[in-house]
Design a protein around this ligand. Structure first.
Ligand code: HXC
Length: 510
């Protein structure tokens, strides 16, 4: 027996060595960890159970039969994050550049099937050169099998992709179909075709970083949800994210013991809104002051900064926060902001995460750039997402709630469960000056008269009371009591049941 065990250990050691000492050293020299080192950091200590470490490719083309490395370029298995089960696959760049062969794909699809069947999140760590070039269509077919499973698992279990090195060709489409993509700054990049192909086809000269680095994908393209400085930080942040997420669309949202009093009062919020209605303030201050321990995991913080989305907790339970940011473009909604928030709202709704919406919005951004860019359809995405959501929805208007943007931002009219406003709220079709100048266009020549018309409009609508009189607001609350009121509302809505009519699926304006 001892001899057999020693043989097993020798084979395990061979598999764990991946592409060998030289390639491992090269990986480290680039500031990257190996696949197994990454998995160790991500999972609870000692919890990783590896599968298929002896799997090899079956290719015989281009002399590949002479070149086999156990594991075939991907490390797969399951483990726990703070005690909760997660499935993981990590591309091993030291083995054939992490490229995907038929066997490599089978290892991933096995894990995908297990994650879906056993209803637990799956996380993929990417660091790879795309399809195994020597395998041709077998590799392409493998990708197709992975993609199909991504789609079937979408909305059932959380799927997270972390880009920790090159990610090109077939490797980019699987992450693109998962819920979140995270990147490591300076060492990761993702694109469909690399700089060489770009040069050949379009004659553009770009570096890998300029084409698909974290700096591009967290800002311009918004493909990535967040970037971190190095492998270790990224993996620790992934643990933090997992703690916010339920295991599946049928499991309860995580509830962690909370020492932060849910009824905590914060007097400083009474002075958050500046006296001048056109002066900005930082909505993140409100978020940090109402969240448990000020803990907020922001998503897409570097893109469309005029809207803020992310996870927090109240009373120990996860919530999704969507908030206009008056500090950026006065918190106006443009196409990017609408798409960003719509996707987040849909994620929360898929996974039964209550949504808290903080509103200070002057409207949609006017202009040809926005209209030509499809603002109508992008704005409709956010409207659609909020309107179809059946999770508990709590809305607070802190200041402006103007026009269509008021309706869109989880208003009572699209099934907001509890709609609150601070006394500083102004809810109207548009700002008082714009409104008076349209209604009293013929009086524009008379400055004093127009000023008094503006004042009339302001007196009538620059307050929350008209909306409260109609029942469009359930209550006008004091800023200092915000955390307590929202926490109580979340408790009250805990058993909410609301179903949309049966349909195969909806047709959100994509
Ligand atoms: C097989 C590959 C490979 C691949 C890299 N390697 N990519 N082997 N198939 N796709 C191997 C290399 O031969 C090398 O092996 C090792 O991985 C490291 O690669 P290097 O080139 O030395 O590393 P580096 O300089 O860091 O460059 C990394 C890279 C580059 C940018 C990823 O290797 C590259 O451009 N690879 C090809 C990318 C690509 O075009 N893939 C196909 C995409 S098409 P040794 O033995 O020397 O260590 C695709 C279609 C799918 O994916 C579509 C599905 C819808």
């Amino acid at each position: 027996m001892q001899e057999i065990i020693e043989k097993l250990e020798a084979r395990r050691a061979e598999a764990r060595a991946g592409g060998g000492a030289r390639r491992t050293a090269a990986q480290h020299a680039r500031g990257k960890l190996t696949a197994r080192e990454r998995v160790e950091i991500f999972l609870d200590e000692g919890s990783f159970e590896e599968f298929d470490m002896f799997v090899e490719h079956r290719s015989t083309d281009f002399g590949m039969e002479k070149s086999k490395i156990p594991g075939d370029g991907v490390v797969t298995g399951w483990g726990t994050v703070n005690g909760r089960v997660v499935y993981v696959f990590a591309k091993d760049f030291t083995v054939f550049g992490g490229s995907l062969s038929e066997s490599h794909a089978r290892k991933i699809t096995k894990i995908q099937d297990m994650a879906l069947q056993n209803r637990a999140p799956i996380i993929g760590l990417f660091d790879a050169g795309g399809a195994r070039i020597q395998e041709g269509v077998n590799a392409l077919g493998g990708y197709g099998e992975v993609f199909q499973r991504n789609v079937l698992a979408s909305g059932v279990i959380p799927q997270i992709s972390v880009i920790m090195g090159p990610c090109a060709g077939g490797d980019v489409y699987s992450p693109a179909m998962t819920d979140f993509i995270f990147m490591v700054r300076d060492t990761s990049y993702m694109f469909v075709t690399g700089p060489d192909v770009v040069k050949t086809v379009t004659n553009e000269t770009v570096t890998a970083e300029e084409l698909g680095g974290a700096s591009v994908h967290t800002t311009r393209s918004s493909i990535a949800d967040k970037a971190f400085d190095n492998d270790v930080e990224t993996l620790l942040q992934m643990r933090r994210l997992i703690d916010f997420l339920p295991s599946s669309n049928t499991s309860a949202i995580p509830e962690i013991p909370c020492l932060d009093d849910a009824e905590r009062i914060d007097i400083s919020l009474d002075t958050l809104i500046p006296a001048n209605p056109n002066q900005p303030y930082d909505m993140k201050e409100l978020i940090h002051k109402i969240a448990d321990d000020g803990d907020f995991f922001e998503i897409q913080e570097a893109h469309a900064k005029n809207i803020i989305v992310g996870f927090a907790r109240m009373g120990g339970r996860t919530i999704g926060i969507v908030a206009n940011q008056p500090l950026v473009l006065a918190g106006v909604i443009d196409s990017d902001a609408a798409r960003k928030a719509a996707r987040f709202v849909r994620f929360c709704d898929c996974f039964n995460i209550p949504i808290v919406t903080l509103v200070d919005v002057p409207g949609f951004l006017p202009g040809t750039a926005q209209e030509y860019g499809g603002l109508i359809k992008h704005g409709a995405k956010l409207l659609f997402a909020f309107a179809e959501a059946t999770v508990p929805k709590i809305t607070l208007i802190t200041r402006k709630g103007y026009g269509g943007a008021y309706v869109v931002m989880s208003s009572k009219h699209i099934r907001g469960d509890l709609n609150y406003a601070w006394p500083s709220a102004e809810i109207a079709v548009m700002g008082s000056r714009g409104a008076a100048e349209i209604i009293y266009r013929s009086e524009l020549g008379d400055k004093d008269l127009i000023a008094s018309r503006v004042k009339d409009y302001e007196d009538r609508f620059a307050n929350p009371f008209v909306a409260a009189e109609r029942g469009f607001l359930d209550e006008i609350i004091t800023p200092h009591s915000t955390r307590k009121r929202i926490a109580r509302a979340l408790d009250m809505l805990r058993n909410k049941e609301l179903k949309n009519p049966w349909k195969k699926h909806d047709n959100i304006p994509l």
